[in-house]
Design a protein around this ligand. Structure first.
Ligand code: ATP
Ligand code: MG
Length: 573
């Protein structure tokens, strides 16, 4: 490709609305442009890299036995009503009406469409297992679109859906995808970890997220310092503590006036106690029914765990009105004693006694509260977010926290969709059984952004070779010197004939501009042809990440380049 005939609108200034480095660099390198919030155009250079990610994904999916198709972006509401998600998906689902007033949505994911297809087309166990995938545009009306391609509203996803006859089958399909995902992210040159994850609105029983480790990641990953356990913070289990030996003396319950003190900080500093001596009472609504959840003052409630624990579709903070109704007090004074709703508690509350809670009356708290004696807890569970003081739930060693970008997510769905949508096949005995499903997503644009987040320096992107838009930047430094131009043209033809992806910067620009742009867009190998290099015997060949290059004779330069590229490729394996 000739730079002068191509379109790479690079820019020097760091765009003011781009917070993370991958977003800044993709804008500066002329890879993407924003149309409106969370919606981007892939410019030619960005598209080339995106296609590289897609190609790696395609090759690995095909190799793992998945079959490519493309499903429609617009989906009829009826399918979503069948699965039950039309009412639950919330505002992320972009809902549309057609000219007949029929409801539809722009697909944020495709479980419904694929289940509909398979229930019509696949009838017998003999046709199983089957796994379909597509690479296609999704729309999710994210509440906070940000970081460029990382969290867009419109974005490209690879999504795959497996159908098996039973549990053993789906476990195999899941493992195959797990392995394929590891190969995909390895081939992209990323440092990542597969972690246990929550199943969110997709549902299902079991899932892993593939996290690219980066400080700017929106997710927090908890991992054991000793064993292989790793999980999303949302999901990380907290080991239930063993009961302390001996019984503690129960002190008499007493009321304490706490004028104006509502928050844990306010109450504990007013009473001069540590937050671990207080039990917070949080009023939530689970599918519309209020429930009180207790956690220790220094712990945070985990809504994802609570949702699973209560078996609810939607768990949200209760409105002020509900809180006042169930406690009989303004917000900030809720407590379990005398409350008019079911009370559940985190495991860490089980062994506590003589603690402080709200008093269900304005400016009142209770001290020396103990469950069993003063009020009843109907169930205990692991309902809180893990902290750095907790231990690995598997082996008991200490844990560490790191930030990650979720680039892929795989789920064992089970029969959630097949049962709801009556997707059945006939087994060996001719009996109808629901398909056992799995689903597997990769954010294509997010993977590219994550790669840049991990591979950059102060001059720009340092693309891993497999994702670079071009492999080689060929820079003739003096376009008015015929010797330089001739040598560059010769090498350009040679490289192309060897199948090398080369971008020749044939613009009439100063060398500094050419160097800066080549560094900014992050092409892994730079070949410079100038009056100086010719005098030294040929052309200069330099890796993007090397400080200094070396001179190669012109007629040997092309094979020198292919050798370097091969070595770069090998270093990734
Ligand atoms: P997140 O928690 O980041 O919102 P998710 O769990 O909702 O992601 P999935 O439904 O599992 O995402 O989607 C599969 C993959 O699609 C994700 O792993 C991610 O790489 C990508 N993805 C999801 N939402 C977005 C988005 N708004 N922009 C870009 N990529 C996305
Ligand atoms: Mg999401």
């Amino acid at each position: 490709m000739r730079y002068s005939k191509y379109f790479i609108p690079t820019q020097k200034e760091v765009p003011s609305d781009a917070e993370v480095v991958s977003h800044q660099l993709m804008l500066r390198a002329g890879m993407i442009r924003k149309l409106t919030s969370g919606i981007y155009t892939y410019l030619p250079l960005g598209l080339r890299s995106l296609k590289k990610v897609e190609r790696i994904i395609r090759e690995e999916m095909d190799m793992a036995g998945a079959i490519e198709l493309v499903m429609p972006a617009v989906q009829p509401a009826e399918l979503w009503q069948e699965s039950g998600r039309w009412d639950y998906y919330g505002k992320e689902l972009l809902r549309l009406k057609d000219r007949h007033g029929r409801d539809a949505c722009f697909g944020p994911t495709h479980e419904e469409v694929i289940t509909d297809l398979v229930r019509r087309e696949v009838k017998s166990y003999k046709q199983l297992p089957v796994n379909f995938y597509q690479i296609q545009t999704k729309f999710r009306d994210e509440i906070r679109p940000r970081f460029g391609l990382m969290r867009g509203r419109e974005f490209i996803m690879k999504d795959a859906y497996s159908f098996d006859a039973g549990e053993e089958g789906v476990a195999r399909s899941y493992m195959r995808m797990h392995e394929a995902y590891c190969r995909i992210f390895e081939r992209c040159g990323l440092a990542f970890r597969a972690v246990e994850a929550d199943t969110g609105t997709i549902g299902g029983s079991f899932s892993h997220e593939f996290m690219v480790l980066a400080d700017t990641g929106e997710d927090e990953v908890v991992s054991c310092t000793s064993c292989a356990y790793a999980a999303n913070l949302e999901k990380a289990e907290v080991k239930d503590q063993v009961a302390p030996s001996g019984t503690r003396e129960l002190l008499p319950l007493k009321e304490v006036a706490t004028p104006g003190a509502k928050t844990v900080e306010e109450v504990t500093s007013f009473l001069s106690i540590g937050p671990e001596k207080l039990v917070k009472t949080i009023i939530l609504e689970a599918d519309g029914t209020p429930v009180a959840v207790l956690v220790r003052g220094d712990h945070e409630i985990n809504l994802a765990k609570l949702k699973v624990f209560l078996g609810a579709q939607v768990v949200e903070m209760a409105s002020t009105k509900i809180i006042e109704d169930v406690t009989g007090a303004p917000t900030g004074f809720a407590g379990p004693k005398g409350i008019r709703v079911k009370v559940v508690a985190d495991n860490s509350v089980r062994n506590m006694s003589n603690y402080v809670t709200g008093g269900n009356k304005k400016d009142l708290h209770l001290a020396n509260v103990t469950h069993g004696r003063d009020y009843a807890i109907s169930a205990f569970g692991d309902l809180r977010i893990i902290t750095s003081l907790d231990m690995c739930p598997r082996c008991g060693a200490s844990i560490e926290f790191r930030r990650g970008i979720e680039v892929g997510h795989i789920f064992k769905l089970g029969t959630k969709y097949s049962k709801a949508m009556k997707a059945f096949f006939l087994d060996e005995r001719g009996e109808e059984r629901p398909f056992v499903m799995g689903c597997y997503g990769i954010g294509v644009g997010r993977t590219l952004a994550a790669a840049i987040e991990q591979n950059h320096d102060e001059k720009g992107i340092t693309f891993p070779l497999p994702l670079a838009p071009f492999q080689v930047a060929l820079l003739p430094l003096q376009m008015h010197e015929s010797r330089v131009v001739e040598a560059a043209e010769y090498l350009y033809r040679e490289l192309i004939s060897k199948g090398v992806e080369v971008l020749m910067d044939d613009r009439d620009e100063r060398p500094g501009v050419k160097f800066n742009d080549a560094d900014l867009i992050g092409i892994p190998l730079r070949v410079t042809v100038g009056t100086k290099s010719l005098k030294e015997g040929g052309v200069e060949i330099k890796l993007r990440t090397e400080e200094r290059g070396s001179i190669a004779a012109l007629h040997e330069a092309a094979s020198c380049v292919t050798n370097k590229l091969a070595a770069l490729n090998d270093s990734l394996k």
